[in-house]
Design a protein around this ligand. Structure first.
Ligand code: DP6
Length: 324
């Protein structure tokens, strides 16, 4: 009744931003990500008769807050699927090469889903695992697979057709992603709260819904053709539109800080100087920069020099779930 799984985080090139159903996490738009090899979570789940509740350890520390409630809530679903009442001890290690709070719920829930279902004896295929993982955290359902992955929103009310599908393997195309970690990073609005507020109050949200399916179709062709300029510019524009919706929310908010903008401007400047680089930003101030392997040293050096940048962590396309 014990299993260990490893999952990598992913960066959305076409963002998931908004839910049509909160309890089982169904998105308002299909979206697409690249799984990264630089950040991962390794989770061991051990179900034991003698436990009277779940115990969640993150990086060897017992966690007893909202995060552990989310883990327990997720394990309740796993127990219900398996028809078993047993509680578990969960050990999660985040392999993030910095102390800057860059941990992601994507690798966390993907590793938890894989380890817990295996430990409790459920034999799920990848689609079933993606559907379950989605209910822990939406973006996590994409981390089941490596490389380029689409989360198809589906249409059904029960979520049985809302899951991730691999689009191109990690070996299809060697592009790089630099995660630019800022020195002062305080996440004030969680992605969950941010997307809810935006859906409910932002008049710009309709524009987002209208444009994103077009972005998705175009980027799939660009990825297939290995057209870097097209892939990067679509991803950057899609990111800008997502962040524009937050400015229209009530009350308005933004995830950007001054350093975020400095990094964005530097990336645009690099392009003017002939280095193809593009950025994308999730629900926080850190920036991810896409570039080609041949430009790695130039891009990394440039990003490291920006005032307020603490670290630059380089990733290649990564693989999907593995069991250890
Ligand atoms: C901006 O997957 O963290 O990173 O489903 O509520 O857990 P929940 O949200 P989460 O949202 C990720 C939002 C995003 C875009 C993306 O990854 O697609």
């Amino acid at each position: 009744m014990k299993a260990t799984a490893k999952a990598h985080t992913n960066i959305a090139l076409i963002k998931y931003w908004g839910k049509r159903n909160e309890p089982i996490i169904l998105p308002t738009n299909s979206n697409l990500s690249l799984t990264l090899d630089g950040f991962s979570t390794v989770t061991t789940v051990h179900f034991q008769e003698e436990l009277s509740s779940d115990e969640f350890f993150l990086n060897d520390r017992l966690v007893e807050d909202a995060a552990s409630q989310r883990v327990t809530g997720f394990l309740d679903k796993v127990r219900a699927m398996a028809g078993k009442e047993m509680y578990a001890r969960i050990h999660s290690l985040n392999h993030v090469p910095t102390a800057a709070g860059f941990a992601s719920s994507a690798s966390g829930f993907a590793a938890l889903a894989a380890a817990s279902t295996k430990a409790i004896g459920l034999e799920l295929n990848d689609t079933e695992l993606s559907i379950l993982t989605r209910q822990g955290s939406g973006s996590a359902c994409r981390s089941i697979y490596g490389g380029f992955v689409e989360w198809q929103m589906g249409e059904k009310e029960d979520g049985s057709d809302s899951y991730a599908v691999p689009i191109a393997s990690k070996d299809h195309w060697d592009i790089r992603v630099a995660a630019v970690v800022l020195s002062a990073t305080e996440k004030k609005v969680s992605s969950r709260d941010g997307m809810r507020r935006t859906v409910e109050t932002s008049p710009f949200y309709d524009g987002w819904l209208k444009q994103t399916p077009k972005d998705l179709e175009e980027i799939k062709t660009a990825i297939h053709d290995k057209d870097f300029e097209k892939t990067g510019s679509i991803a950057e524009a899609n990111c800008m539109r997502m962040h524009a919706t937050t400015l229209g929310a009530n009350p308005p908010f933004t995830y950007w800080q001054d350093t975020t903008m400095r990094v964005m401007q530097n990336v645009q400047q690099m392009r003017e100087e002939g280095i193809p680089a593009y950025f994308t930003i999730d629900a926080g101030p850190n920036v991810k920069v896409l570039y080609l392997p041949k430009d790695e040293s130039k891009v990394k050096q440039r990003l490291e020099q920006i005032m307020g940048v603490e670290d630059v962590i380089v990733s290649k396309p990564g693989k999907g779930i593995s069991y250890l």
